[in-house]
Design a binder for this molecule. Structure first.
Ligand code: ZN
Length: 423
């Protein structure tokens, strides 16, 4: 059934104007309120009571709940509670999100009212509706649901509370707590839902990983180098990697002892690609090929895209600006990624700057010679590339922040051996 059909049904049930009902439904659905919840909300608004929609929820084990379950009643331990604000019909509305568990399994939830949910407590939730969230069932409960302390506490084989290392965070996580060092932070002005707003963005680190973060309601404790505990953050995907979101509901406490930073995570290419992206990783492999579009290139002065024969895909014929980059195919036997080196790293590999490249191209009357010089230098060699990996419809791209020959490069090893023999 689409919204129109739902509106038609509901309007005739309640004896009110269909258009009005439809607008009400659309408004709620736009804010991710499940359709059943939205209809019940409108029934209450127009005084229509429960109506014939509900089939009477049955008590369910979490493991048995699927996206077709409709309405259910569950008894479960609250594992985590995250708080978030959404704007709904012009008003800010506080919702709670997190995970619940019983002996059979765990499930995510969204509570559309501020119910008394506390990590570790066992509660019985009556008349929760099940909807699909990223392909998995999720419990939704609101005005038409009940949340009561359970008679008997459940003992569940899952960790209560939201404390996690950065490496354990996944997009979609909510109500998480982290202890981190602020590696980088800057203030930015964005065009938010209340007009121009200042936010903080940067990088957080702990021993396990580094991840980008955004603080939508700047906390002054998040200053560069500070070690802090941040409670109640949620995680979204940003360019293929998990990004930590700090909100007005998050609490930030300075820690007495500094949080140590680990190095970048070393991963096999297959694992990094399989994760759908990774922030600040180190990948080691052989450079199989330096792709077209490397060496001396031209970028559109408007948008920065690389131009082909003076043409920008977006802006047509433009007077391109010279730049240097390398797109190198890296392979470790498990998978391949394209490592993208910006101007600074390219200059290191090329052994010269933009002016040298221009001169070389002028002498040869062909700018491809710059890429050829880079090919001679790196193709066939084994390298360690540090950077941020994103995986999308354009492939697996590693935006490099460092590029160096592998210590255990066979050629380097052979050279070292020869040096030893010579000695
Ligand atoms: Zn352009």
């Amino acid at each position: 059934m689409n919204i129109d059909d739902h509106a038609e049904d509901l309007a005739s049930d309640l004896g009110v104007d269909k258009q009005e009902v439809k607008e009400g439904l659309e408004n709620l659905v736009e804010y991710s309120v499940p359709i059943d919840e939205a209809k019940q909300s409108l029934r209450r608004k127009y005084g229509g009571g429960g109506g014939g929609e509900s089939t009477g929820p049955s008590a369910a084990d979490i493991a048995d709940i699927d996206t077709e379950s409709g309405s259910v009643t569950v008894t479960a331990v609250v594992l985590t509670v995250g708080t978030r604000s959404i704007r709904y019909q012009g008003d800010d509305h506080t919702i709670l999100e997190g995970e619940l568990a019983d002996e059979s399994g765990t499930i995510s939830y969204t509570a559309w009212e501020e119910f008394d949910l506390e990590p570790g407590k066992t509660v019985t939730i009556g008349n929760a509706s099940v909807r699909e969230y990223e392909g998995r069932p999720e419990l939704n409960f609101g005005e038409s649901s009940t949340v009561e302390p359970a008679d008997e506490p459940l003992d569940v084989p899952y960790e209560v509370g939201g404390d996690r290392d950065l490496a354990e965070l996944r997009a979609g996580d909510r109500g998480r707590n982290v202890e981190v060092q602020v590696v980088e932070v800057e203030t930015r002005t964005i065009d938010g839902r209340d007009g121009e707003t200042e936010i903080l963005s940067g990088v957080l680190g702990d021993e396990s990983a580094r991840l980008p973060f955004t603080d939508w309601n700047p906390h002054e404790e998040l200053s560069e180098g500070a070690s802090v505990r941040i409670e109640d953050v949620y995680v979204r995907e940003f360019r293929g990697v998990p990004s930590v979101n700090v909100s007005e509901f998050s609490t930030v406490t300075e820690l007495p002892d500094p949080i140590e930073l680990g190095g970048p995570t070393r991963m096999a290419l297959r694992d990094a690609v399989g994760r759908g992206g990774a922030y600040d990783v180190e990948l080691q492999g052989n450079v199989l090929e330096v792709r077209d579009g490397s060496g001396l290139i031209q970028r559109c002065p408007e948008c920065g895209r690389v131009t082909q024969k003076g043409q920008c895909r977006q802006h047509g014929e433009v007077d391109g600006e010279d730049d240097l980059r390398v797109k190198a195919i890296l392979d470790d036997g498990t998978a391949t990624v394209t490592a993208i080196l910006g101007r600074d790293l390219t200059e290191q590999v090329y052994g010269g700057g933009l002016e040298d490249a221009r001169q070389q191209a002028r002498d040869a009357m062909d700018q491809e010679v710059v890429a050829d010089s880079i090919r001679e230098e790196v193709v066939g060699g084994e390298y360690v590339v540090r950077g941020h990996l994103s995986v999308d419809e354009y492939g697996a791209n590693l935006e490099a922040t460092a590029f160096r020959p592998a210590d255990d490069d066979p050629a380097a090893r052979a050279e070292a051996f020869l040096a030893e023999v010579d000695a």
